[in-house]
Design a protein around this ligand. Structure first.
Ligand SMILES: [Zn+2]
Length: 315
């Protein structure tokens, strides 16, 4: 962001990635931006290819956007009680790959500073401060940028790995991604990290074993946003182990045993309650092992004309 011209508005365009994590992150970013339209932000537009927005008042925008992030951090935790003392405390949902520090007063403290409420605004400021420039070019979006605010890590892109021989999840092409890549622009970091605030991630956490996530993708970004919004209301995001409801009128959730049963269980509800009318949905079922090495595996299910085909299984 060019601070030498404080009165100038800044236009930012982001193209759809064709990457399941970052496209869903882009959709989530859009939902968050929508909440502050008019507050230092204008011309927020989404179409098939991507989204654009214009910052008219940098200071106001940063303050408002930081507030929206803070207002949504609760989505990553569930309220619970200490078994011994009965004291109320929050726990991080098991599938969230953002590292946690020592709890403060029963509250989850995230190590990722954008989710540390005291620092959120400062980080957002740093992101936009370092976005516009020419020094580097982003590996994901090809944007020229001034400086990265974070290296690529699992917290903002789960498919990155410390092992160089494993590849990422980019649709249509195999890419090698390691945590050592620094050509990672602040906007892509933002889209990736904010995906954890997405209210339409379907999750099933199997204690001590693994987490299963389901995310959709479509060819057009506008369709993806619409598709994701269509099923938010059939999920129970206050539950810890799964957000797939057994039926819509009760908070109880399905305790499915594995990845296929989890997908089927969600998709049955999706067909039953949403009556979907979306062409060419591509659902990604992602398994994240619990424990110290968390290299996720995934397979995707392509749905065309109401027929689901398992396309690709990686093990
Ligand atoms: Zn980028």
């Amino acid at each position: 962001m060019n601070t030498s011209n404080p009165g100038e508005s800044i236009q930012i365009k982001i193209s759809k990635y064709n990457d399941v994590w970052l496209d869903n992150g882009l959709a989530t970013f859009y939902q968050l931006l929508k909440q502050i339209e008019g507050d230092g932000l204008t011309d927020l537009t989404v179409n098939e290819e991507g989204l654009k927005y214009e910052i008219t008042d940098e200071e106001e925008f940063i303050e408002e956007f930081a507030d929206v992030i803070k207002d949504n951090i609760w989505r990553m935790v569930v309220p619970t009680e200490d078994k011994k003392t009965g004291a109320k405390k929050d726990v991080k949902k098991d599938h969230i790959l953002v590292q946690e520090g020592k709890k403060i007063g029963g509250k989850v403290a995230f190590k990722e500073t954008i989710f540390d409420e005291i620092k959120t605004e400062q980080v957002v400021h740093e992101i936009f401060e370092n976005l516009n420039g020419e020094k580097y070019r982003c590996f994901f979006c090809n944007r020229p940028f001034k400086k990265n605010v974070k290296k690529i890590q699992q917290a903002s892109y789960p498919f990155v790995t410390k092992i160089q021989s494993l590849s990422g999840i980019r649709t249509g092409e195999a890419i090698k991604l390691t945590e050592y890549i620094s050509e990672y622009c602040p906007q892509c970091y933002l889209n990736g990290i904010l995906e954890w605030l997405d209210e339409s991630i379907v999750y099933r956490n199997l204690p001590g074993n693994k987490s299963i996530l389901i995310l959709p993708n479509t060819e057009k970004l506008s369709d993806l946003i619409e598709l994701k919004q269509s099923y938010v209301n059939i999920l129970n995001n206050l539950a810890r182990w799964s957000n797939i409801k057994i039926d819509l009128d009760r908070p109880d959730v399905e305790n499915t045993p594995g990845k296929y049963s989890t997908f089927v269980s969600f998709y049955e509800n999706f067909l039953r309650y949403v009556e979907p009318d979306f062409d060419n949905q591509n659902w990604f079922v992602i398994e994240i092992p619990q424990g110290s090495v968390k290299n996720p595996k995934y397979f995707n299910i392509f749905v065309e004309d109401d027929i689901a085909n398992v396309l690709n299984v990686t093990v």
